[in-house]
Design a protein around this ligand. Structure first.
Ligand SMILES: Cc1ncc(COP(=O)(O)OP(=O)(O)O)c(N)n1
Ligand code: 3NM
Ligand code: MG
Length: 548
């Protein structure tokens, strides 16, 4: 639904420009990849043809953290890690370390206005991201500057309290956010405490409360809302609720056990801004950002900086990792394996649907990853189908993998491949695909699982858990075989073979280590309504996951 007719004029400007942004930046995105591959800033300076090269640009309007874990410093590092240029407007200078905040010096309004003018009047900013805005007056200054120099998108991180519990903006700031910023924000990213403050003290104790808060916050005007549940007690996952005004998405990542969480909120919002600047859809930007934070926290969980209770983490891990198991920023999150839909051309033909309709319906029902297993399809048709399916998957942030055909994956820039023991060896696929693509390998034994890990795979598919008619002469390993492989695997595992609504729960309740989800073909695609069957399977898996 297009509601732009109902919006105040300044908001209309943001909307129109946001729409332009993604198409404008499609070509920029490709250049960004080359830019990153060549090694960041140097690539720009060695460009020989001097043709105009627009680099995605985020302006952060936030406070300085002397300890450099959060604030402006986190934003700069996050944008650098995501390959995006970042300019800075400093609203306050804090004396801060891993113990807490020792002092705050607010920058005078006129000087914040001067910084905003300097950047916005000269540079082509794609996204403004806000952090610490310590007074209502500063919010008004920002609002006025954005009227004068409109930008394509605005990410509002409503910072009020630091991770150490120190107050960075008083309660009166809430009215500033509500009156001047939320109505022009493309996304607002409060944690539960901030969401509660923005909603007048509403109690937020459960995931259900987060859903209600997301809806209520959306009513205040932002185009999208992300309520972050990292502070909710009693949850093994970090659960965030994303709401775009029509659909909710429950986004999960594993909760990393570490003291080094200072600056996660700033980093997440900056990553969202960076991905938007590169041309991503909002949901995809949020998913990539969440994955980046999870990976950076995991990478940094044991580092020691400072002696206080809240340490910073390391944003620039990518520059330091060299092994084939090193961090790959755009790759893969194990939670993607939750509901893995694998297509089959003969089944889709039997039910009179195209592969694109099948993929659309599977995603609509909650599939978290798609594999195109188009056996016996002509290469040209396979490539066309893959390109069309990528257009469907990308806006939803759902990875698309290609079965067997590395050439097809390379040709359409798919997110990765799934290969078996008689396909190309995984280490060769890794060499061909590079570090940023997802590689899954079929394994029936612990030895194969070990080899997949050595070869640089991202996950393994283990089956057949039950007998199947979909793959001829397939060896059934059973639940016991699955458990044995899961116990030995260093990689996340997805179970496959004869799995459907009636037995998915039994598979998940094995509670085998590393088992992240189920992969299914016939239970989704050899049915009349893919959407209904996917929704049913999603519900079964969600319930099984919640069982102790
Ligand atoms: C998720 C997943 N697991 C296993 C397979 C089987 O792959 P492979 O052994 O290469 O057999 P084919 O699918 O190529 O017949 C899979 N496709 N996906
Ligand atoms: C493609 C495939 N691989 C398997 C393995 O055991 O590695 S079983 C399988 C077919 C899975 O189809 P369905 O969900 O219809 O049983
Ligand atoms: Mg294969």
């Amino acid at each position: 639904m297009d509601c732009s007719g109902l919006l105040p004029s300044s908001r209309l400007f943001f909307y129109q420009n946001s729409r332009v942004l993604s198409s404008q930046l499609t070509s920029t995105r490709r250049r960004t990849r080359t830019f990153a591959a060549l090694g960041g800033d140097c690539a720009a300076s060695v460009t020989k043809d001097h043709s105009m090269m627009k680099i995605p640009h985020v302006l952060t309007v936030a406070g300085s953290d002397s300890g450099a874990g959060a604030g402006i410093q986190a934003d700069l590092k996050a944008c650098a890690a995501r390959g995006v240029y970042c300019s800075t407007v400093i609203t306050a200078v804090t004396a801060q370390n891993t113990v807490g905040v020792q002092g705050v010096n607010i920058v005078p309004e006129e000087f914040v206005a001067a910084q905003l003018k300097s950047v916005l009047s000269d540079m082509q900013v794609d996204v403004v991201k806000t952090g610490m805005l310590p007074s209502i007056e500063l919010i008004k200054v920002l609002h006025q500057s954005l009227r004068e120099f409109p930008v394509p998108a605005l990410v509002v991180d409503p910072v009020m309290v630091s991770t150490s519990g120190d107050v960075l903006a008083g309660p009166s700031i809430v009215s500033g956010f509500r009156e001047d910023l939320l109505s022009i924000a493309d996304i607002v990213t409060p944690n539960v405490k901030e969401a509660s403050a923005l909603l007048g003290g509403m109690q937020l104790a459960t995931v259900a409360d987060m859903y209600s808060a997301a809806k209520l916050l959306h009513n205040l005007g932002p185009r999208n809302v992300l309520v972050k549940g990292g502070d909710l007690p009693d949850s093994s996952d970090a659960i965030d609720i994303f709401f775009d005004g029509e659909d909710f998405h429950e986004l999960r990542s594993s909760r990393v056990k570490t003291r080094n969480t200072h600056g996660t909120g700033c980093t997440l919002a900056s990553c969202i801004a960076a991905e938007l600047a590169k041309g991503s859809s909002m949901l995809s930007a949020v998913k990539v950002a969440k994955r980046f934070v999870e990976t950076a926290l995991d990478y940094s969980k044991d580092i020691v900086i400072g002696s206080g209770p809240q340490g910073p983490f390391d944003h620039l891990l990518r520059l330091k990792s060299t092994s084939c198991h090193s961090y790959r920023p755009d790759a893969f999150s194990p939670s993607d394996l939750f509901l893995y839909a694998v297509t089959d051309p003969s089944m889709n033909k039997r039910w009179g649907r195209s592969v694109t309709d099948a993929v659309k319906a599977a995603i609509g029902g909650g599939a978290t990853i798609i594999q195109l297993r188009e056996k016996d399809t002509d290469t040209r048709d396979f490539l066309e189908a893959a390109q069309a399916c990528l257009e469907i998957c990308r806006p939803h942030g759902v990875p698309l993998l290609i079965n067997d055909r590395i050439d097809v994956a390379l040709a359409c820039d798919a997110d990765g491949v799934h290969i078996g023991q008689s396909d190309m060896p995984a280490h060769v696929a890794r060499t061909l695909l590079g570090p940023n693509k997802i590689i899954g390998v079929s394994c029936k034994t612990p030895e194969q699982a070990q080899q997949a890990w050595i070869d640089g795979a991202d996950y393994i598919g283990c089956g057949g858990v039950y007998p199947t008619n979909t793959k001829a002469n397939n060896l059934t390993v059973g639940l016991d075989g699955l458990k044995t492989v899961c116990l030995s695997s260093k990689l996340p595992v997805v179970a496959i073979g004869g799995i459907g609504i009636s037995n998915a729960s039994a598979v998940m309740k094995l509670n085998a280590p590393n088992l992240k989800g189920v992969a299914v073909v016939s239970a989704l695609f050899d049915r009349e309504c893919v959407l209904t069957e996917t929704k049913k399977l999603h519900a079964v898996l969600t319930e099984a996951k919640q069982m102790p």
